[in-house]
Design a binder for this molecule. Structure first.
Ligand SMILES: Nc1ncnc2c1ncn2[C@@H]1O[C@H](COP(=O)(O)OP(=O)(O)OP(=O)(O)O)[C@@H](O)[C@H]1O
Length: 453
């Protein structure tokens, strides 16, 4: 016995209710038998509403029910609750040698102090990730062909082509819609080439103001123009010397800069702004575009001679919609990548979400898929991403794309969405939500229970 019997009650009361900790106790079935006031306040529930409920229905990302089954304690596990990383301990409860449940604590609740510490941890994690990237590739091309997910015929053909053309200095033009992976492929080409130990420098031609583009590309001597740095500045061509220059969104390159780039490619030399001098430069050019350059040529917005220079080898990247067979594996890959970054435990997608993914148009391609999954990971309260976790703008497309599901399932999904929508419109007031839907209170409660809402 650790303390005097006389104060047992008081000590238990002080530890469970007066400290800053959150406590939860579950029985062997994972049903909540106790939740202290701190925890109730933190997750915004009333004790009377959650007693006897399954812990996974009440606490985000909990594993209490698992510990109550396995009997294996879990100490200092990072648990993501209410947008924060918490440190959770889960200890199995034995009585007379029999496993009867588990006790859990969350070491920090959402105090200002923890918020600061939490954001500090996030910053540190990001910093570590940055250093790791730099260490694995000091020159800036962090992806290689192994990072390209997909085994469709189109992706395999691109991978094969890249293996063939990476070595050598031929200019490559990557054409494809936004978010299809053009930059990823550009990195892969550089990493497979003899230039891999040299710099990979990216220029986003659409993001640099026209008047700065030339000095960004070719650099300038000190005092070359008003506002120029005293010591001058190296241009991207010089920075990429010996390596690869990636000209992203090349269709947005102004005509006067196009003339100079053409000269740099033809002569292998550049003219630094503010000097008469030329400088020898050895760079391989990879360009990317999501516009049709041929159309830009017809509109006199792109020089035909430059087009032939940059388009010695052309690689067309298909949209995600054109390679539906890659969607499942890409979604799973992205989910793992995102959960590793957030620390939140989300393991897969419901069948209807996967069905939806297969039928959706994906105008923003893999980047859009990545953003949708990231937002769903933040919104979901369970380990499985459900239709309701997808962003609002997608909810409208759901009905059209659910072919392949039985009518019953489609109707159930529609009903669940309508109820979720009504609850959120009425700010959680279930009686007015029932009113909005034009159904009785009891029928509303019955349906809400059916869908676990
Ligand atoms: N096949 C793929 N496998 C894995 N990840 C991919 C794939 N294609 C794209 N991605 C990921 O999708 C995101 C967008 O890709 P990327 O930036 O390369 O596209 P992009 O075509 O260059 O886009 P934009 O034209 O808008 O610049 C990145 O996070 C990238 O890693």
């Amino acid at each position: 016995m650790l303390f005097n019997n006389t104060y047992r009650e008081e000590i238990i009361e002080a530890v469970f209710e007066k400290t800053n900790f959150c406590f939860v106790v579950v029985n062997e079935q994972g049903l909540i038998t106790y939740l202290n006031k701190n925890y109730c306040d933190f997750i915004e529930v009333q004790l009377k509403d959650v007693l006897g409920k399954h812990v996974a229905d009440v606490i985000e990302n909990t594993r209490m029910h698992i510990v109550a089954q396995t009997g294996k304690e879990e100490i200092a596990d990072l648990q993501y609750i209410k947008g924060n990383h918490m440190i959770a301990n889960r200890i199995p409860l034995f009585a007379h040698g029999k496993l009867v449940g588990a006790v859990g604590t969350v070491l920090y609740k959402d105090t200002e102090e923890w918020k600061k510490m939490n954001s500090h941890i996030k910053d540190l994690l990001m910093e570590i990730e940055n250093y790791q990237k730099k260490l694995s590739n000091p020159r800036g091309a962090s992806y290689s062909l192994q990072d390209v997910v997909g085994s469709s015929v189109q992706i395999n053909e691109i991978k094969e082509k890249i293996k063939k053309v990476s070595s050598g200095d031929a200019s490559i033009l990557l054409e494809g819609g936004s978010g299809t992976g053009k930059e990823l492929f550009a990195h892969s080409i550089h990493n497979l080439s003899e230039r891999s130990a040299k710099p990979f420098i990216k220029v986003n031609c659409a993001a640099i103001p026209m008047e700065l583009l030339e000095s960004e590309l070719f650099g300038y001597e000190g005092g070359a123009f008003t506002g120029a740095k005293k010591e001058g500045k190296l241009g991207k061509f010089q920075l990429a010397d010996g390596g690869t220059l990636f000209l992203d969104e090349i269709g947005d390159m102004p005509i006067n800069a196009q003339v100079k780039i053409l000269r740099a490619l033809q002569e292998g030399e550049i003219e630094v702004i503010g000097t008469e001098r030329t400088q020898k430069i050895d760079v391989r050019i990879i360009s990317a575009t999501n516009q049709s350059i041929e159309k830009l040529i017809k509109e006199n917005r792109f020089r035909e001679d430059l087009y032939y220079r940059i388009n010695v080898i052309s690689i067309k990247i298909p949209s995600l919609k054109e390679r539906v067979e890659d969607i499942r594996v890409t979604a799973k890959f992205l989910l793992d990548k995102i959960t590793q970054g957030t620390g939140k435990r989300v393991i897969s997608f419901s069948d209807s979400v996967m069905q939806f993914f297969m039928h959706y148009d994906w105008p923003g391609n893999v980047r859009e898929l990545e953003n949708v999954i990231e937002s769903a990971v933040h919104l979901t309260n369970t380990e499985i991403i459900e239709l309701k976790d997808l962003p609002d703008h997608m909810q409208q497309s759901l009905y059209i794309t659910e072919e392949g599901m039985g009518l019953k399932e489609i109707m159930a999904n529609a009903e669940k969405q309508a109820i979720t929508g009504a609850i959120s419109q009425s700010n959680g007031d279930k009686i007015s939500a029932a009113g909005l839907l034009g159904i009785s209170k009891s029928s509303f409660y019955e349906k809400a229970k059916k869908y676990d809402l």
